[in-house]
Design a binder for this molecule. Sequence first.
Ligand code: HEM
Length: 495
Amino acid sequence: MAVPQIPMAMNDTGMSPQPPSQPLYQKEPGMALFTMLCIILLISWRWSVNKLVSRAVSYMLDTVPKKFRAWTYLLDGPGLIQQGFDRSNGAPYEIVAPDVRYVFVSSKEQVMELDRAPDTTLSLQAASKQMLQPIYTMHGFNWFDRRGTEGVGFVRALRVRHSPVYPTIVKLVVMSNAISFFGKELGTNEKFLISALDYVEETLMCAEIVKLLPKKLAPLIARRLTCQKAIYDALIPIATERCEERERAKLGHPVPKHWIMETAPRQKPWTPKRIVHELIAIWFGSVHALSTTITFAIQDLCLHPEYAKPLRDEAERMYAEFEKTGQGLPLLDSFLKESARLTPVESMSMRRAATQPFTFADGTKLAVGDWACTPVRAIMQSAEYYPSPLEFNGFRFARPDNLPSTGAPGQNFNFVQPEPSKLVDVSQAWHVWGMGRMACPGRYYAVAVMKVIMSQIIMNYNCHLVDPDASRWFTWRSTMLPKKDTMVVFTETKH
Ligand code: HEM
């Protein structure tokens, strides 16, 4: 490498001056470069070691606990949601699960903001998709030979005296829903009923596995989980027939109306396959929520036997009229509502997944993929809305003039809320059905089914829990699920 020349001057002794000591880069340019390189390497090595160490430390102190907390959400969702609610004092708070970040809002203003947010930004559908993973759970269905022996007895379910209450109620709900949704023929087809029953459980399991796996593995597992096409095969001919009716209707032929077709878009009519998917999604939601809610109500009837008599008296007076009109049974309505308040299936409501970034008026931000939601259980057990919030008062929602006039000593049937209300109502204190624009449209039907099944039990059976002290549920994410082995003894009352 050429080094620049420096001119030499003469000194006053006439001697040629000694050349000044040359800098290293002039003497040994290669050596200097090498040294510098070493220094740089040493510094950057130490820097990267430091960085690595600090990254490892922050991973251990920060990321590991966060990841751990995220996984604990799977097992203690309701507990974490409640803690967040208690600490936040009405402000929004976040909970991070392994697969999604939830932002909980509970103030009236923010709940309204959530309801008003456009569907293109905060979407219930996107949240449902993430929850149920329909791509994996609704295209093929998992068949496992279900013993083949337990297939009998949807109708006879309750004649068994010691019954595992949750599986029994699921069967009753499956049968009632199948008749209402698909008609008597399919609703009494045992093979179909068994598949429809299995489907709910398989969907729950499959969706969970898929959500927790790396996305690339999901199709592999889903493929392994899916094989049974009984529901799909049974529903496709019905949906095809409905589509043919739709075409006939266009030509002016009179055809019966079907609610699922009525909700389909007129411009781009659904295909039979799409209709079946729609039916299956509704099927899943309705069977799951209904059967869990009714199971907890029966358990509450066992735990609070003093309510059996007034509820039976009411049913004997009003059930026939209720069957005709769908109206009435206010004490049962209140009892079901109180049970759902204290043992709600869900601790989270108004789920909306952000499909675009969203910012609440107070600055709380949602990134794409985050969810906004409300802490329904915590709200329903808050003293702000419910006096003695953790006490079971089965008739607290009834109107005072509907309360039973007599009661045994110690029975507090007269404890009521400041304002009476109904189970189907939707309000800031009652998010069980969601709120606002998207509040559950199936709630009238759901309450009617609950009242039919509960009234039949109340009128015909006394019931008690075999082990009242045993734990009766477990939680997974924000859901409380009844244990399958909780046994109830049903004893016929008379007749
Ligand atoms: C105990 C039973 C049920 C509970 C607790 C329940 C609860 C809910 C909730 C919380 C929502 C979301 C509302 C929101 O996010 O704002 C919802 C939506 C919905 N529910 Fe239900 N539901 C029940 C039964 C049913 C039944 C039996 C049907 C159908 C027959 C049904 C059909 C629907 C539909 C179609 C939606 C979506 C509404 C929309 O997209 O606008 N539900 N339900």
